[in-house]
Design a protein around this ligand. Structure first.
Ligand code: ZN
Ligand code: ZN
Ligand code: ZN
Length: 372
């Protein structure tokens, strides 16, 4: 699998005139070689010449974590006190015309990019995502099933919240978030990526950090949760879902806004057909909120791609004219945020297929009203 993925990367490198791919911290590395670098200060870097075998440069003390795959990469370790940049530089190919075009991981530490440029002034850096994103965006059947399993896990957690099985009133956001974090792991994820629990006016901040605010009867609570579930090959796939509940009957103003939100989310999913440009999916959902008078409070893009990373390409956003292709996986998550008052968002992960949009999250889309 990894050899196939690297072969696809090399084909794109040939098309784009990239001489070498340099992958470090970030999701490209596990996707292409099955190893995830610790996001620390020591250099880990997969050096992939367009023509030639790849080398994984890793700190000696982290080498025991590496599953060796000789068909994919050779291993080169370095000890504290040695210069890891030299190990990378020694493996750079000679570029045509005296310039080596290197695509470096978008999330590689900038410090290493600076060191590489100092050691090899003939290096011209571009973003690795220009090579890797088009490959990672298109999920194969096994990847879609991994995303589906992760989605089913968070579905079970928020379905419990919707039925009122999770005590909310009188507890702090942080308490509820801690419980949900444990459930994310109990349901089969290996990593918690985020747990947003936003009560009352706190939900007006789309990325609210759960705090010591006590959840009270008569208000709404927004839950946006996700984690990473690792498969046998060491590569993880992410979940991401948002639902809202209301403790007691919602005020008419809130219920009406939620109806528009639900319609906007459904319109976004319905528009997510193969061949439709990403920006048109965003527009289809946004139009519903614009027409209902909530447009100015929908302050972010409709959605983001998802896979090995919780947020990856393609983005459903104005300006992205990329047509959806079979295997594209992305969120559809319109929101309405009224500063200092309330906020709401509704999010599913959807896969584009030739048979139409396939939503991976299946639990109820309505505003769950909980006795409180
Ligand atoms: Zn989310
Ligand atoms: Zn999301
Ligand atoms: Zn619905």
């Amino acid at each position: 699998m990894f050899a196939d993925r690297l072969a696809r990367a090399r084909a794109r490198m040939a098309d784009d005139g990239v001489d070498v791919l340099l992958l470090s911290v970030g999701a490209d590395l596990p996707y292409f070689c099955g190893y995830e670098a610790m996001p620390l200060e020591r250099l880990t870097m997969l050096v992939v010449p367009r023509d030639g075998h790849a080398t994984l440069v890793v700190p000696h003390l982290e080498a025991p974590r590496v599953v060796e795959r000789p068909d994919v990469f050779d291993l080169a370790t370095w000890r504290d006190g040695e210069d890891p940049i030299a190990l990378v530089v020694d493996r750079l190919p000679a570029g045509p015309g005296g310039t080596v075009r290197a695509a470096i991981g978008d999330q590689a530490w900038a410090g290493f990019a600076v060191d590489l440029l100092a050691a090899r002034p003939d290096l011209a850096l571009t973003r690795a995502s220009e090579v890797t994103a088009p490959i990672r965006m298109v999920k194969d059947a096994a990847e879609v099933e991994a995303l589906r399993a992760a989605a089913a896990a968070v579905d079970r957690i928020l379905a419990d919240v919707q039925t009122g099985a999770v005590p909310l009133a009188g507890r702090t956001e942080a308490d509820v978030a801690a419980r949900i974090g444990r459930q994310i792991l109990d349901e089969g994820h290996h990593r918690i990526n985020f747990v947003i629990v936003a009560s009352g006016p706190n939900a007006a901040s789309p990325h609210h950090e759960p705090g010591d605010r006590v959840i009270r009867s008569g208000e709404s609570v927004l839950f946006d949760i996700g984690g990473t579930m690792f498969g046998a090959d060491g590569v993880g796939y992410c979940s991401d879902i948002t639902r809202c509940v209301h403790l007691g009957e919602p005020p008419a103003e809130f219920a009406e806004a939620y109806e528009a939100l639900h319609a906007a989310q459904a319109a976004g999913v319905a528009a997510a057909t193969v061949g439709t440009p990403c920006e048109d999916v965003d527009a289809a959902s946004r139009r519903v909120l614009d027409d209902a008078g909530y447009g100015e409070w929908f302050v972010h893009r409709l959605g983001h791609g998802i896979g090995v990373e919780a947020h990856e390409h393609p983005n459903l956003v104005a300006g992205n004219d990329l047509p959806l292709a079979p295997g594209h996986a992305f969120s559809v998550e319109p929101g309405i945020y009224v500063p200092d008052r309330w906020g709401m968002r509704l999010e599913d992960i959807v896969v584009a297929t030739t048979e139409g949009p396939d939503p991976l999250n299946r639990i109820d889309h309505g505003l769950a009203v909980i006795d409180a």
